[in-house]
Design a protein around this ligand. Sequence first.
Ligand SMILES: [Zn+2]
Length: 433
Amino acid sequence: MLTTTLDGFNAHNLGLVDPWDQTLLQAAQGQALAQTLAYARTHSPWYGQHLAAIDTQKINSLQDLAQLPLMDSQDVIDHGPQMLCVSQSKIKRVMTLHTSGSTGAPKRLYFTDHDLQRTKDFFFQGMGNLVDNSDRVLALLPFDQPDNTGDLLIGSLNAHSIFCAGLWPPISPPDLATFIIKENFTAVVGLPQHLLSLAEFLPPGQVQTMLLCSDYAPQALRQRIEQTCGCRTFLHYGTTETGLGGGVECQAHAGCHWRQADLIIEIIDAHSGQVLPEGQLGEMVITTLNREAMPLIRYRTGDTAALATAPCSCGGYTARIVNIAGRQKIYTLAPGLNLTSQLLDDTIFSVPGLWDYRATLDCHQGQQRLSLDFLASPTNQPLSQDLGHALQQIPVLVQALNSGQLILGPLGQVPAFDPSHTIKRTINDQRGA
Ligand SMILES: [Zn+2]
């Protein structure tokens, strides 16, 4: 079994030499943190003020980090340009995220050439866990804009003589499988639901590895992909804030080893803001290291996960993010009865033949109602009944249905969802409409 390829990436970029371990790595992160604080404070007007009350010279280990204030999405929306540490002429790429906040103002993150190159280095090293230069890789990701995820991935692999091509938006699953066979692709990177429908049409052995990214990937979905086409699935975690790349699984599949040379990750209690002990689930907070354009210092991601810093069973020392559940938006059905889209995903994706779905909560004749539109394999019997049974296995829904606080609405098959849809799966909440 391969040790995670991220060990080499992190050790090299933090200046560590063999032998090293997680303790030495965290000490090196502490030094990089001190540099980041000094850099942000002197180069960015916003950080100059934000950190004014802190003696940053006393912050040089991960334990000291909790003394710094937290920041969030709204800070970036309101003050992004003042967070810049370089002149506009050094900005290579601005990534704009449209938020649903009260003002509706977009969130913009800025990257220099150096920042993007670090992401490309991470992509290449991370992909080393699942491909080598005998592979042909298909990126089912947007790649039409310079420096978006697909473009950076393709560029990073091609620069190291690994063939990688892009296709976006995805074509129909049977056509996609035909294309993959014709072009002899052996690895595919894409959204979990796109890879699930594709798997059904691939002959076993054609595609050996798949990297699932950009959305929550429930275990049931991964198992169905692996059993259907005989490939191995790997997870990637990343957001625009982490520089698109964040962490990737090794062959032990025991969590995503993350780019510790570029990121410090803390897990906090979302309510109190207190740092949680290792292993506990909470909100991920990131601090960027060596980010040139726009450092983020204790930035709340809104995503839920836990940390593991003990050596991995692959033999790697790089720490891991485990139990990644993404943004767990809570929909309260009744006092104490909370639903999340991840709860639905865990059950619904275990239904054979189900490819993808969209859930809606609304009010119908005075009653709270949950409905589904879904996409299913044409080879299956109609799935409405199976889906209805699956929904009634979810304890929160059972309680809400039995107590009359929820009814099930139509579970309707649709021919397609917008193929370019990249917004993470959420529940469409129309109850206030
Ligand atoms: Zn590992």
